[in-house]
Design a protein around this ligand. Sequence first.
Ligand code: FAD
Ligand code: DHB
Length: 389
Amino acid sequence: MKTEVAIIGGGPSGLLLSQLLNKAGVATVVLERATREHVLSRIRAGVLEAGTVAMLREAGVGDRMAREGIPHHGCYLTDDDLMVRINFEELTGTSVMVYGQTEVTTDLYAAQDAMGATIIHDVEDVVIQDADSSAPYVEYTVSGKRKRLDCAYVAGCDGFHGISRKTIPEDKRREFERVYPFGWLGVLSRTRPAHEELIYANSANGFALASMRNENLSRYYVQVPLTDKVEEWSDARFWTTLKSCLPTEVAASMETGPSIEKSIAPLRSFVSEPLRWGRLFLVGDAAHIVPPTGAKGLNLAVSDVHYLYQALIDAVKTGDTKGIDAYSERALLRIWKAMRFSWQMTTMLHRFDGEDSFAAQMRKATLYHLSQSETARRDLAENYIGLPF
Ligand code: FAD
Ligand code: DHB
């Protein structure tokens, strides 16, 4: 088989890139390790920046999001009972959209199907060959048969555990990493959200986040030790812990119910530079991971696609390589700013095991300062709603 751009990974970044390239008449083949059902069952991000919303519209997948997504004009950061509202609308003139990653992916699959795009699921043993030559190709196994896909370019959209990043020789890449000493236990429940806006809570009992998908579907997180297992967390234990982290008034009035999904995700900051090796380009989680505090992971994957897709169109259609030559540097400038913000939000809101009493006071002081200073709130809002592409 032959195509113009081989895309490894059918998560949000691979599907969005494929959709934008196909719309411009550039041929792609998406190779995805999992089944479609599996990709769609992963409950992950929930907050879309305005730039992400614009990109999804440009890709032709904005209709359902416009109907079912919930615009959010602010969010709360809390410290025990102190509630600090960050008014996005007033501070930045824009807002974010609550629309789950599962919905984004569902819409992208539907749009790709409507265009007759080639997405091959259940592929195994994907190997990218000759990426540093002018004729790369990808080998993979599907239904027990080894296949070869020739292409002009390869986009590595296969997430943190994918093979694309590791295809780049070790002496050609540099990795930066910080692993945090806790994870997030996430719960989805068919209950009314605890509050009409998201609450990021710092408390003596640790971090919690109250989020939502719609008026009858809530998404909550609490910080947990990395050694905890999901089985150790009954629904009752989860609700008690969550309530102990949220402001008293919110906790007292919130609805609880059976969980319909429960999972633990570790928190990590990670960047691999550069994002290009020959004709291979890394996109999204394949190149970088942020801790979820700040809701940047999915949005960063979309901004990478923003920098790459037009560059690939130019390279394929006119042979103009200026865009692909600049991709890594341009994308990394924005990636590092989101890294900084996500790290700062994580540090400001989580209790670190073994920390001294000074650390807890610093978190309190930061939140109190936010409550008093519009300048501090504006800085946070500007980063949260998404820095310009
Ligand atoms: P992915 O979504 O990881 O997609 C990569 C795809 O590649 C997957 O479908 C995978 O099956 C496929 N793949 C992997 N290896 C191969 C291979 N060898 N061959 C072929 N295909 C392969 N972000 C937030 O903003 N908020 C959150 O709350 C949040 N929660 C998260 C929870 C978890 C458990 C994880 C892992 C991430 C979370 N994120 C969150 C981050 C966000 O979901 C990611 O940033 C986003 O999914 C990145 O999209 P992606 O397409 O680059 O990578
Ligand atoms: C959600 C997840 C986040 O990491 C975040 O910062 C905001 C919302 C969510 O899953 O709804």
